[in-house]
Design a protein around this ligand. Sequence first.
Ligand SMILES: Nc1ncnc2c1ncn2[C@@H]1O[C@H](COP(=O)(O)OP(=O)(O)OP(=O)(O)O)[C@@H](O)[C@H]1O
Ligand SMILES: [Mg+2]
Length: 462
Amino acid sequence: MKDLFFRENVLEILDYLEEGLHIIDKNGIIVYYNKFAQGIDGIEREKVIGRHLLEVYPSLTEETSTLLTVIRTGESMHKKEQTFLNYKGEKITTINTSIPITSKGKILGALEISKDITTVRQMSEKIVDLQNKLYNNKKEKNTIDRAKESAQFTLLDIVGENKEMIRLKSLALKAAESDASVLISGDTGTGKELFVHSIHNASSRRYKPFITQNCAALPGNLLEGILFGTIKGGFTGAEDRPGLFELAHGGTLFLDEINSMPLELQSKLLRVLQDGTIRRVGATNTIKVNVRIIAATNISPEEAVEKRQIRRDLYYRLNVVSFEIPPLKDRKDDIPVLTSYFINKFNEKLGKKVKGISKGVLNIFNNYEWDGNVRELEHLIEGIMSISDGEIIDIEDLPYKFRQHKKNHELHESSLSEILEETERNLIKEALKQTDHNITKTAELLKIPRQTLQYRLSKLGL
Ligand SMILES: Nc1ncnc2c1ncn2[C@@H]1O[C@H](COP(=O)(O)OP(=O)(O)OP(=O)(O)O)[C@@H](O)[C@H]1O
Ligand SMILES: [Mg+2]
């Protein structure tokens, strides 16, 4: 009975999983195969169940198959990458978590959940190939053009008169003179990327490659191959391919969202920083590289270390020069300059003649939270300028939530005075009742001059 329930209900639910699911018995025979797995492999379920795993996946072997390895070792494997050819000859890459199914200490079979990352892998490899081509082509171009294409911004693009921002800009110039690693932190939209570009462009590496990799964009094992490169090996299905460290040789490698990099990979990164050599995935020899590392996080690095998102040893190594860019709400003195900078920018871009913002708008800007920081301000101004034609941006031009902000203020003010008026009215009415509407006596009771009472009476319409 229980068995029936399990088969009819639970197994059906597994068909709705967005991940492939395989179950094999201890002899390697496939006993369960969900719908999503069919999609990955391009085979119908009926043709798979009851057959040996290697018969269905001939490009795998006892050694390379994660499921068979689990049967052999009895130990589960987490997030292992596996590449195989499916029946159509397509190269598929999955990330597998495989666990043994045991009873009374005996292995009965194994279960595996696989995420198809084929497209992610293809895309990331394509990016490396393109980077590679880009730099090889660019060798023929003149060096200044090359630098422009890689890191666009310079320190001149960082607008800001706030004291701390000026200190950070001069720190960027100093950092550019050395090869020391740099760690930049700040909330989203505060301008981290601007600083990274500026440091590269102010350094002697400016005519050399500038390469960015977002560490949150790829799963750990792919990221490793992308950063360090791979060598050809049937085992992983990898090709001979240089990694970004090799491509960035002589230049700067920007590792964005470093706190998303798996800790294991962080320790490999630490080794590169310490001895200046890398090893391609699967290779035995090492390659010397000369790359300057700039890393960024959008939470405070100390917090990232506390939360075990950044290894402490790597943090000390990276944090040789550190930039903490303050959020916009903590540098309100920059709001006017940034606003007029963006107005000029979009006047040019959109062919408009906006002169500035009204006092009311500035007031609202100064009281606003700016969770999206400078990026939010930039988008706001672009949005307003693309639909309005006035010379001065006024409160009416602002999106609803900004005007709402203002209205709320007004509402609170008026309701407070309303409450006060109501209280006053009640007090006076009560006193009038007690004195039988004798004005002099009422004024005495309320301890106010008679004239004042008369004025209040007419004001309150009593
Ligand atoms: N001080 C500044 N002067 C001029 N433009 C700025 C400034 N700070 C940020 N910007 C602009 O704001 C936008 C966001 O900046 P940037 O991409 O550097 O932010 P970020 O800190 O890297 O954000 P995220 O964490 O979301 O990646 C960009 O268009 C950038 O040009
Ligand atoms: Mg950024």
